[in-house]
Write a new protein. Structure first.
Length: 375
């Protein structure tokens, strides 16, 4: 009787193992700052990937004739380049099937070489420095407009839309901050604007009084800040303290968040902000508003900027796997170049260098404590 029971248990275990092997696991890596000042971005990006994986698992996807189950492996790069390459190497060693990330250009650019060397494709929906795609890695893709579009768009609006003449430029010395500031500067100067001052800070600073006092003495019409919202918010508060309430404040997608509304703590200078995001506004995205309703129901109060893009990035990776009939990066990576995917954010196709074809860009302002698209 005991022997028979053991045999029955063994048979059940064997049957379960058979079921498990019949369903392949495909792991999508995700990297972003999950800790530190930029953790709200990281969490938002992570939510986007998780939503995509839940949707895929509900669709009973088959790849190469086998039913697959998708899993996420999230790594924290803390917006630090060294931690970013370590996270990338960890995902390579774990042999994930593809990667969504990173958030920051300063982490994505060095990580892209790691992914190239180990042959795993990655798609960023957030890193915007144009240098990311310059090495020509066949594993690197971006599904959002780069800084050439963002910095130039803001400069055109400053010169042509608002007829501003004098601007001061501050950046946080990161790859993202310097990159977008440089594009803004060159475009503004080409439009006849005068750059009256240039100052530098870092992506951990919170006290900008000395910098702003120096800038105020040059009497600019506007400040352009190349950096992220954890620095932009206290800078805006300190501008109000210094009486700089008529100075326009420009920035890229790094400051163009929901969280900045809370962080400025009621400073009126928020009304002077003009920021740019790659991509259409949610209302103009093909599936933006319906997707956002689902997101808010699942992750109330957590939306920032990039989660629709990390959602689409996950879907684009899996779309290439389906078309290749394989989740093996060596097999499906070439299919990414042929992508023609109708996503939440856009109809996604790539240039030969991995950049998004025909990227949209949207300018935003803040009115009555709400982020409002200008175009």
């Amino acid at each position: 009787m005991q022997i028979k029971l053991k045999l029955t248990v063994a048979a059940a275990i064997a049957a379960m193992a058979g079921l498990a092997s019949a369903q392949d696991v495909v792991r999508i890596g995700h990297v972003a700052p999950m800790s530190g000042q930029q953790a709200s971005y990281g969490k938002d990006n992570d939510n986007g990937v998780r939503m995509a994986i839940e949707d895929l698992n509900s669709q009973n996807v088959t790849i190469g004739g086998k039913k697959v189950r998708f899993e996420i492996q999230t790594e924290d790069d803390a917006a630090d380049p060294k931690q970013g390459t370590a996270a990338a190497q960890k995902l390579c060693d774990a042999k994930v099937n593809g990667v969504v990330g990173h958030l920051n250009s300063g982490t994505t650019i060095p990580a892209s070489k790691v992914y190239n060397d180990c042959g795993i494709p990655h798609i960023t929906g957030a890193a915007t420095n144009p240098n990311l795609t310059k090495p020509g890695y066949k594993t690197t893709y971006r599904i959002i407009a780069n800084d050439n579009a963002l910095g130039a768009g803001l400069a055109f609006y400053a010169a042509d839309g608002l007829k501003l003449k004098k601007v001061a430029i501050i950046d946080d010395r990161t790859a993202y901050g310097q990159g977008v500031a440089e594009v803004f500067k060159k475009t503004a100067q080409s439009k006849g604007m005068q750059v009256v001052d240039e100052q530098f800070t870092n992506d951990k600073a919170t006290d900008f009084m000395a910098i702003l006092t120096a800038v105020k003495a040059k009497n600019p019409d506007a400040i352009f800040y190349g950096g992220m919202h954890p620095q932009a918010a206290p800078m805006l508060r300190q501008m109000e303290q210094l009486g700089m309430t008529n100075v326009k404040y420009f920035g890229g997608d790094g400051i163009c968040t929901q969280e900045i509304i809370q962080l400025v703590q009621g400073a009126k200078t928020l009304n002077n902000v003009v920021c740019a995001e790659g991509g259409a506004s949610l209302a103009k995205m093909p599936g933006g508003e319906a997707w956002k309703k689902r997101y808010d129901a699942k992750y109330p109060g957590q939306f920032q900027v990039y989660s629709p893009y990390t959602y689409d990035a996950t879907m684009v990776l899996v779309d290439a796997m389906k078309r290749a009939n394989s989740a093996d990066p060596k097999v499906y990576t070439p299919k990414l170049a042929e992508t023609n995917y109708k996503g939440v954010t856009a109809n996604i196709q790539f240039e030969p260098n991995g950049e998004l074809k025909n990227p949209a860009m949207t300018l935003y302002v803040y009115r009555d404590g709400k982020k409002v698209p200008l175009n």
